[in-house]
Write a protein that binds this ligand. Structure first.
Ligand code: CP
Length: 326
């Protein structure tokens, strides 16, 4: 169990304690303030080197990690995988060894293979590894930024701050996660974060899109989507993970939208204060109607914006907390 992220790699939220999650959220609060300045830069990681290795597509995570590292004054080595020697058949192990030879302190890794981040942490045990999404396994910084966003929004509504709220506002909070749970690393990391913080988590999906071992997860499984929308304080929507073959698990996109899409009609029946979240990228008209997206846009954009301070906090704790550069 990781009780503090200082000097640690971040591979999964399953092994991260409540205190360590709150340490990241509280550290990110100070970086929100840095991001509001005209000069959005602090010297916290000056002289440190962060390698950004995205073997799978990304818009939000890659840009916010690289922005975060630069705002901490780290040097960023960004590998363009499509034009690298990976295309000539170089293995992950040899790619990491090559980058390590250049002198790095941390690797931010996205890979289509579940377990790739753990594998890299074994190849270069002296380097901090931050998992930016590995297959359907974990996307820990997404879980952290989603928890941070919930705390930020609900604290503001109560006229207090996230720091003052701590973790208490998660106690008994009702969070529903809907969609392709089976293939979603975001679902796995969100559930780990929310349940560790004390929230009550439900998942709702067509039976084929639930994981086989769902009864071992810290969630309840709902069959009635419409009732669950009334129950929830927070609704997290997930897209169908087509790149992981989810298309074969539903009869058609229309049928998925009919049974589990957040349509205008369903949205109209929801309590107005319910938070609607989406990690992106969205497939408008499938898991969520375009008009609902526009109504929820502020929170979804807040999730994206919070990616920078959360990733600054993770890099700062993980790299600066590890003492001298390796
Ligand atoms: N939420 C998320 O991981 O988005 P990207 O794939 O664009 O990074």
């Amino acid at each position: 169990m990781i009780t503090s992220l200082r000097g640690q790699s971040l591979l999964s939220l399953n092994e991260v304690s409540r205190d360590a999650i709150l340490e990241v959220l509280n550290t990110a609060e100070s970086f929100v303030e840095v991001n509001r300045r005209t000069i959005k830069k602090v010297p916290a990681l000056k002289g440190r080197v962060v390698a950004s290795l995205f073997f799978e597509e990304s818009t939000r995570t890659r840009l916010s990690f690289e922005t975060a590292a630069k705002r901490l004054s780290a040097d960023v080595l960004s590998l363009a995988v499509a034009s690298s020697s990976v295309k000539k058949g170089e293995s992950l192990r040899d790619t990491i060894a090559t980058i390590d030879a250049l002198g790095i302190d941390a690797v931010v890794l996205r890979h289509r293979s579940s377990g790739a981040a753990l594998q890299v942490s074994r190849y270069v045990p002296h380097v901090r590894v931050i998992n930016a999404g590995d297959g359907q396994h974990q996307h820990p910084t997404q879980g952290l930024l989603d928890a941070f966003t919930i705390r930020q929004v609900l604290s503001q509504r109560r006229g207090t701050t996230g720091l003052e709220s701590g973790g208490e506002l998660f106690e008994g909070l009702r969070i529903l996660i809907v969609g392709d749970i089976r293939h979603s690393r975001v679902a796995r990391s969100d559930i780990a974060a929310y349940s560790t913080l004390g929230a009550e988590v439900r998942v709702c999906a067509p039976g084929t899109l639930l994981p086989d071992d769902v009864e071992q997860w810290p969630v309840t499984v709902a069959t009635d989507f419409d009732e669950s929308l009334e129950w929830a304080d927070v609704v997290g929507l997930l897209r169908l993970q087509a790149e992981r073959g989810s298309g074969a698990f539903v009869p058609s996109l229309d049928e998925f939208t009919f049974t589990h899409g957040l349509t205008v009609e369903r949205f109209a029946r929801m309590r107005p204060e319910t938070l609607i979240m989406h990690p992106g990228p969205m497939n408008r008209g499938v898991e969520v109607d375009s008009r609902v997206v526009d109504a929820a846009a502020a929170i979804v954009e807040q999730q994206v914006a919070n990616g920078v301070p959360i990733r600054m906090a993770v890099l700062y704790l993980s790299v600066a907390g590890s003492g001298e550069s390796s």
